[in-house]
Design a protein around this ligand. Sequence first.
Ligand SMILES: [Mn+2]
Length: 323
Amino acid sequence: MSDWTKICSILAESKEAIILVHEKADGDCLGSALALAFSLHELGMKPVIYYPEEIPLVYRFLPGTEMLKIKAPGSLPESIPVIAVDCADKKRVVYDIPTNSPIINIDHHVSNDYFGTYNIVDTDAAAAGEIIYRILKDGGVRISPDMATCLYVAISTDTGSFSYSNITSETMKIASELLELGSDMNLIRENLYEKRPLSELLTIKAALANFCISEDGKLINCLLDFDTLNKDELIGADTDGLIGLLRATDGVEVALIFKEIEIGNVKVSLRSKSYVDVNIIAREFGGGGHSRAAGCTIKGNIHEIKDNVLKMVTPYLTGGINK
Ligand SMILES: [Mn+2]
């Protein structure tokens, strides 16, 4: 039985489906969720994607955003099947899923804990969008130009425009097929790569005022405390561009951002360039992700947290663990 047939059989009874993405939604989870929602809509179902707030500005151009509904965190309605996309564990979806709701878990994180009733987890996939594409193609589902645009955005964002080490020849084949299916490259370029919110630039400005680099130049980090962020209303600002900039510094292997999202609550973003598995480090602090990009949230004093994480990272750089 193909994954698509299985999904359809799970959804058959209710005719409704709730699609969930992870907090701090990105191009992969949103593009994947929308492509999936389009395909379910074609089947005569009523899919809805719940998210607790407006999605980030840069993704509002995606086709199908009318299927996104703002819903405050809390319990979901009973017995409606839930499809979680790009979420490594139940904590990543911001809602409480009733125990009688079947869960379909579609993800590519190595830290996925198989929380679904039915799990489609492929840790070799560069993006959840790759998995969704394969499910739809194997299931004989027609992929419309709008769906192709959504899936292209999903894969493009999770691979740093097809440049990260997670890409495979399969990734490129899928991208090529999405182009043939009509993904709108002009729309994607103008909205995704040539438009950034001012808040991101202001965050970079604040971060670069206090970044630290280790003596050997392999470890770079910066600290964004609550007061600094709050002053300029930057708490929700995107830091992907910033951490990319830090990691791109010549000689740097690991880049870290410590972002105090509320007083005493620090979000740590970890990126590595070629050999340190930052997923292992993030997991030590209750988070997770991928080997080159991971994150965790730690409660406590931001300076102490920084010291603890740096202590954990340093042996991987000097001792050659994972090298
Ligand atoms: Mn992803």
